[in-house]
Ligand binder design. Structure first.
Ligand code: CMP
Length: 153
């Protein structure tokens, strides 16, 4: 992944995307600034794996542009199955952070993609500050968990 410099327009775009998840809630200005200071922007190549199933995860991602495939495999030697496609405005990487567990799936770029990246510490600070976001993101994670569970039925 190649780190890009984040412009004010990128930050505004990130804020607009995550508003839909109640990310900022009634957070005060100082906290909001601290969170946005931790935000990074990366560009990944086609085929690049952003998350690898079973690995430790310490970041939360929001797709700025591009397309990514979420795939999961049951056993070490079994074939992986596609679970979802993620595009602009979608987030991922929340499951490992919420459950302090390894990544549940592998997420790879279908094309050159740009991702907003937030470190776990910042993600957890938002979670602690904002119960509406916690509710929203836990709901998303449990929906995704059931999709993963049913993929091999
Ligand atoms: P995490 O387990 O941290 O890393 C892999 C990510 O893939 C996971 O968090 C979710 O964000 C994402 N993911 C897992 N299952 C699905 C799904 N069914 N639909 C969309 N995204 C998913």
């Amino acid at each position: 992944m190649k780190r890009l410099s984040l412009t004010p327009a990128d930050t505004v775009q990130f804020s607009k995307i995550v508003r839909g998840l109640n990310f900022f809630g009634s957070m005060n200005m100082a906290m909001l600034e601290r969170i946005l200071e931790g935000l990074q922007l990366f560009e990944c190549e086609r085929g690049e794996k952003v998350c690898v199933q079973g690995e430790v995860g310490d970041t939360f991602f929001v797709v700025q542009k591009g397309s990514l495939t979420v795939a999961v495999r049951k056993g070490r030697f079994s074939l992986s199955k596609k679970v979802a496609t993620l595009g602009p405005g979608d987030c991922f990487g929340e499951m490992a952070l919420l459950h302090e567990a390894p990544r549940n799936a592998t997420v790879a770029c279908d094309e050159v993609s740009r991702l907003f990246v937030l470190p776990a510490s910042h993600f957890r600070a938002v979670l602690a500050q904002n119960p509406d976001f916690a509710k929203e993101i836990n709901h998303l994670a449990s929906t995704r968990q059931s999709e993963l569970d049913h993929k091999f039925d």
